[in-house]
Design a protein around this ligand. Structure first.
Ligand code: GLY
Length: 394
């Protein structure tokens, strides 16, 4: 009888552990239920599609941005993620409305941010609905973006002017390449693929330090020479701005996915290891806004950096060998567990009904410090979907 009891207990324990594994540590369904309730309220409070919700101010009002702002596509993109999970028509309708609201940006040749602005809303919309209205807008946008690539310099220019310099390139620019790869795949013009590879190669050569952290801003000259390496949003020219490390990691994971060139995989691994082994990465794995911020531990966290990094680590975990696979997945999961906890995850009716709290936009500019940010929500929802796919092996 005792033997039988032990056997039953063993089977019971096994079933419990199996259940814990297949469900994961995050209740994705519950998080999406809360997110849809929050975004229903956000949509009601912010019906005007001429200005996009960026953040929420302590005085209880939204900070809005025009469609030319680099973040204008994230809200539409998040609505597509809600549609992807729920399959409910109302989210498709809302996502379409907010996606079309930024369509004029397809003609914008004054920014490198068209990947964020157009690919996040239109790219997700097309992936999920195959709406034939979307690709012409995206192809025009990819062409606009490509005008910022000067073959004599060899990289896509980020801003038209930075302190009097006319060819600055920021690490964030790696995030536009996925959009350009899509344009080649869909439209057949290899130009976009080729210039993405050139941009990524120059960035790999010039933007990274020996310790595999990235500078924020590089000032390029004709011939591809770099005259200065500085920061704009980081703590110092030689510091590792947390979101910049996240953009670079995500960018090189995409480069590997799109080209299958192992040098990009190696680079992604180096960046991932820099981030996850950094002595200043807190136990909850949500980075301070800069890994070298001067007053750590008395510095703000940047939850947006954690959301972006979690996505990149999850995808990277599927490309590497077993030991690293486990390590990357577990750190990505811990980031997502933290973001889903009350420490970072807003309750219904707080935080302007943005999902994620405690982000930093531009600390040296004294702007958007310890606030919700529309792109933290976008990458959080993306990470939940990725997690669901990996855990449930859909
Ligand atoms: N430039 C985009 C960012 O602030 O991360």
């Amino acid at each position: 009888m005792n033997k039988m009891k032990t056997k039953l207990l063993t089977i019971f324990m096994f079933l419990i552990s199996l259940n814990a594994f297949t469900q994961g540590k995050i209740d994705v369904k519950k998080q999406f239920e809360l997110a849809t309730a929050q975004y229903e309220l956000l949509l009601k409070a912010h019906p005007d599609t001429n200005k996009t919700p960026q953040s929420f101010k302590p005085d209880g009002t939204y900070s809005d941005r025009p469609t030319e702002w680099w973040c204008s596509g994230f809200f539409g993109g998040s609505l597509w993620y809600l549609y992807e999970y729920t399959k409910e028509e109302k989210w498709k309708d809302a996502a379409h409305l907010w996606t079309m609201a930024v369509q004029s940006e397809q003609y914008n040749t004054r920014t490198h941010d068209l990947g964020f602005m157009l690919y996040c809303p239109f790219g997700n919309g097309y992936r999920l609905t195959k709406n034939p209205a979307y690709p012409p807008i995206m192809l025009k946008g990819a062409e606009s973006l490509s005008t910022r690539f000067d073959p004599e310099v060899g990289v896509i220019k980020s801003w038209d002017n930075f302190k009097g310099h006319t060819y600055p390139v920021i690490i964030d620019n790696m995030m536009n390449l996925e959009f350009l790869f899509w344009a080649t795949k869909f439209g057949g013009n290899k130009k976009y693929y080729d210039l993405s590879v050139k941009h990524a190669d120059a960035t790999l050569k010039n933007h990274y330090r020996k310790d595999n952290s990235s500078y924020h801003v590089l000032l390029y000259e004709k011939g591809g020479k770099v005259s200065k390496k500085v920061t704009h949003q980081g703590a110092a020219d030689e510091s590792a701005w947390a979101r910049g490390q996240a953009w670079g990691l995500y960018g090189y994971v995409v480069m590997y996915r799109e080209t299958q060139n192992k040098k990009y995989l190696k680079q992604a691994i180096k960046i991932a290891d820099f981030i996850i082994n950094h002595p200043n990465l807190p136990a909850d794995k949500v980075p301070y806004w800069d890994f070298n911020a001067p007053k750590i531990p008395n510095e703000e966290r940047d939850a947006s950096a954690a959301a972006i990094t979690s996505n990149a680590l999850m995808e990277l975990s599927t490309y590497v060998k077993k030991d690293k696979q486990k390590n990357y997945f577990e750190v990505a999961e811990q980031m997502l567990v933290s973001l889903s906890s009350p420490a970072y995850r807003a309750e219904l009716n707080e935080n302007g009904n943005f999902l994620i709290k405690h982000c930093v936009g531009h600390k040296p500019g004294n702007s958007e410090i310890d606030v919700p940010l529309v792109y933290a929500d976008y990458y959080y929802l993306e990470a939940l979907l990725r997690y669901d796919t990996l855990i449930n092996k859909k």
